[in-house]
Design a protein around this ligand. Sequence first.
Ligand code: HEC
Ligand code: HEC
Ligand code: HEC
Length: 424
Amino acid sequence: MNRLAVVLLCAVVAVAGLASCSKKEQAVGPQPTEAAKQALIVRGEYLAAAGDCYACHTVRGSPAYSGGLEMPTPFGKIYTPNITPDQLTGIGNWSADDFWKTMHDGKSKDGSFLYPAMPYTNYTKVTREDSDAIYAYIMSVKPVERKNTPHAMGFPYNQRELMAGWRTLYFKEGVYKDDPSKSKEWNRGAYLVEGLGHCDACHSSRNMLGAVTGDDVSGGLIPLQNWYAPSLASSRESGLGDWEIKDIVDLLRTGVARRGAVFGPMAAVVQHSLQEMSMVDLTAMATYLKAQNEKKESEPMLHSGPSEGLTAAMMKTGAKVYKDNCESCHQADGSGVPHIYPPLNNNQALTMRNPVNAIRIVLNGGFPPSTEGNPRPYGMPPFYQDLSDEQVAAVVTYLRQSWGNNAPPTWPVEVERSRGVPAD
Ligand code: HEC
Ligand code: HEC
Ligand code: HEC
């Protein structure tokens, strides 16, 4: 057994011991040992990575978890709070019970309703044990004094009490319950994807009130960012149903896989969260995601957009743009170079109904995340300056209709719409 495994095993034993102490001999029992406390913190750190708390509660260049990140929503700007254990400006005077109230019930310490920009609609599935571990970890980070920035939301959205109605409609509290008809691995994957991973915060369509509609990961445009997160439940969109488990794990862990690479907001998810996760947990998530894809099909795609004649002209322009600008990396037959330049043939990321991701990556370029498994990723240059709206629409149409890809053409106006949007 290597050293890490020994430490982990000790951690598990210690945590189990701690749980049983606190149950039986609450007030009088022996205090948890230093080692047990340390083990709980280590586990909490892992779970906090799975929940990607850092990404929202940290501004780049500022101390971890000190908050202040601006989150644009259709209802105004929300600023994430300081969750370091600072007594005055952070959550230093919160108990594990207060913390559980946030994770499980979506309420602050004083009982006021939190906005669902904090993904408690997912975190409610997290167990009390895991919540306590995350609490222990958060209490162990460096306290930072930074006063919370007030949200900039207009009436009536600034009235927290009104969340009561929203909660009745869209929030169902409750820890994840295993589906006994499924394997242990599937259930672990579901717990992570639906709970801490909060994948459906992006991979679902949101209704007018910002609620996630439907129970599954059905795909949706991320409001105000203009990226499309494909349905993780449709083999037509994400295509994960016919991926090998190993390839899905590769994509989640390193950001690149045989069948494609992640980009845009998904690159950040891999970078801050997924790459930290154990192979066992990633395999469980991949097992669950693959099973979702095998389950159902989205409606067939309707070919609407430019007429046939116009499409033929765009294909001709697109082929030339591709040859001049793209072929050197992605190859003439769109097959790419494994783990370096993603293939564009048979790549579902390009054939989704919504062409916005392909348009945005051509305009802005991109890097897969730098991960331990792929520390120095190859990048893609931006073509914002070099190609006109017509040329970008033409080359994206070309990608969507070549080498066996079969998706509707796209319009120059769709390119124009993506130009004003910030790159990330
Ligand atoms: C997608 C962004 C996002 C993620 C991920 C996220 N949070 Fe939050 N969190 C928020 C926002 C926004 C608020 C403030 C909501 C409000 O004001 O109603 C918040 C509020 C909180 C609060 C309440 C603070 C207070 O003073 O009331 C706590 C505690 C908290 N988050 C902890 C966490 C933990 C722990 C994680 C990871 C398991 C996490 N958050 C992940 C966005 C996020
Ligand atoms: C912040 C928003 C966001 C969150 C949270 C998020 N995703 Fe994504 N995801 C995206 C976007 C946008 C894309 C499209 C870009 C791409 O293909 O990389 C994407 C793409 C993907 C793909 C690639 C599909 C394909 O066919 O190439 C997979 C797989 C995926 N996400 C899985 C997950 C899982 C699992 C989680 C939860 C642990 C998750 N995502 C959480 C935004 C998000
Ligand atoms: C210098 C090499 C290079 C050139 C030239 C290049 N690309 Fe890329 N391309 C990449 C890399 C690397 C990625 C992965 C980027 C990421 O994950 O953020 C990529 C990703 C993509 C993707 C997303 C596919 C996926 O699964 O990640 C599309 C679409 C794409 N390129 C289209 C084009 C088009 C169209 C052109 C020409 C206009 C082009 N590329 C030119 C290297 C290149």
